[in-house]
Write a protein that binds this ligand. Structure first.
Ligand code: GLU
Length: 447
């Protein structure tokens, strides 16, 4: 396989799918060497098949807003790859959602899910519905209209959606309620990220952030460093940043920044429990403004409009919000300010140029598909609990999450260890996830 040739063909076939092409290029370039040691993959055209989704559903979602006006959005579900299990991956509600974004996310999800050690294929879905400024009733009506189309294509053993940007416990509740009404099936395993009283796994809301910090800890320890005492800048203030803030603080680090589309809040003395709790209120308000934190805690948080979290001096940068939210200039600014580690908690949080800048400068860097896999892994644990009709305690789930993150780290080390002993986590994560999916596809024949 020649990554460049396959990429040229993909670019010609899907022009304009910038995010998807970026994600595909990163994977193909890093797996090329290992792939070419396996002529059986080449013969079975594994990579040519892997870059195309199994199928894509696109549908219209029509709903009525609070003023009584009819609104129409687009809905999607990309069932990317089922080689190692039922399609699994979140739903993203965001005004910028398009097919390229969901294809990139579904592609990433396929390898991420393979890394979790659990039998889950890759999928992703969502809508260009913009939750900002919507009332709870509008969110409910939209979720119900969305499920009116989606329900025929999902199921506990076929495709299991969950949350992502713009979709949290509240939205999963509305989606699940409508699914039951339509399907007349009461199998809770059809969606994950549910409430604790109706099949949700304890710790699922925290899991992405917790898992990320367990991973960061492994990265630092492997490099002879410690998390305790380090300053951390987080972007975003949603579910992922919230879990990361809790665990970073618990492990002795100091969270000195959170951000939003409107700017950054610098928190010199470190985020407090009250502030972390307030992040939940901010998310539920649908305002999408981080300035609300500074308004609520004026003595502790200083808001600067139009600035990113990466403008704040920190030891560790953790993108927790959106793809490509940290670019080359941000990477340079962080490095100049003494940052020694950047781990993507959002999916593809850094541009390709930013990653190269970090790697060239010897900054510890790890990609989202390894760092944030604790979220979907805990979704996988939720599916297991639902299938067995039981509920594990928080301690049981946390112990399993810790083990999974440590296993993901081991897989990255196995495939990413360089001659000088340092770890290329991008290569390690991509090759480890790829090998598992490729082997499964090979063994299942030409389909
Ligand atoms: N949206 C999350 C991710 O990017 C979680 C998906 C899930 O739990 O299925 O991995």
């Amino acid at each position: 396989m020649k990554a460049n040739e396959i990429m040229a063909a993909l670019e010609a076939k899907h022009p304009g799918e910038a995010e998807f092409l970026q994600a595909a290029r990163e994977v193909l370039e890093t797996v090329e060497e290992e792939y070419n040691k396996h002529p059986e993959f080449e013969k079975a055209k594994i990579v040519e098949r892997m870059v195309e989704p199994d199928r894509i559903f696109t549908f219209r979602v029509t709903w009525v807003d609070d003023k009584g006006e009819i609104q129409t959005n687009l809905g999607y579900r990309v069932q990317f790859n089922s080689a190692i299990g039922p399609y699994k991956g979140g739903l993203r509600f965001h005004k910028a959602v398009n097919l390229s974004m969901l294809k990139f996310l579904g592609f990433e999800q396929t390898f991420k899910n393979a890394l979790t050690t659990l039998p889950m294929g890759g999928g992703k879905g969502g809508s260009d519905f913009d939750p900002v400024g919507k009332s709870n009733e509008e969110i409910m009506r939209f979720c119900q209209a969305f499920m009116l189309e989606l329900w025929r294509n999902i199921g506990p053993d076929t495709d299991v959606p969950a949350g992502d940007v713009g979709v949290g416990g509240r939205e999963i509740g509305f989606l699940y309620g409508m699914y039951k009404k339509l399907a007349r099936e009461y199998n809770t395993g059809v969606l994950t990220g549910k409430g604790e009283t109706w099949g949700g796994s304890i710790l699922r809301p925290e899991a992405t952030g917790f898992g990320a910090l367990y991973f960061v800890n492994h990265v630092l320890e492997t490099a002879g460093q410690k998390l305790a005492g380090k300053t951390v800048a987080l972007s975003g203030f949603g579910n992922v940043a919230w879990g990361a803030a809790i665990k970073a603080t618990e492990l002795g680090a100091k969270v000195v920044a959170i951000s939003g589309p409107d700017g950054v809040c610098e928190i010199k003395d470190g985020i407090t429990k009250e502030m972390i709790d307030y992040m939940l209120v901010m998310r539920a308000s649908n305002r999408n403004k981080v300035q609300d934190m500074a308004d609520k805690f004026p003595a502790a948080a200083k808001f600067t409009a139009g600035k990113k979290a990466w403008s704040i001096k920190c030891d560790i940068a953790l993108p927790c919000a959106f793809q490509n939210e940290l670019n080359e200039n941000d990477a340079k600014e962080l490095i100049a300010n003494g940052t020694m580690c950047c781990c993507e908690v959002s999916n593809m949080g850094c541009t390709a140029e930013a990653i190269h800048t970090f790697q060239k400068a010897g900054i510890l860097f790890a990609p989202g598909k390894a760092v944030n896999a604790g979220g979907v892994a805990t979704s996988g644990l939720e599916m297991t609990q639902n299938a067995a009709h039981l509920a594990w305690s928080g301690e049981e789930v946390d112990a399993k999450l810790k083990w999974i993150m440590s296993s993901i780290h081991e897989q990255c080390v196995r495939y990413g260890k360089k001659a000088d002993g340092t770890i290329d986590y991008v290569k390690g994560a991509n090759v480890a996830g790829f090998m598992k999916v490729a082997t499964a596809m090979l063994e299942q024949g030409t389909i």
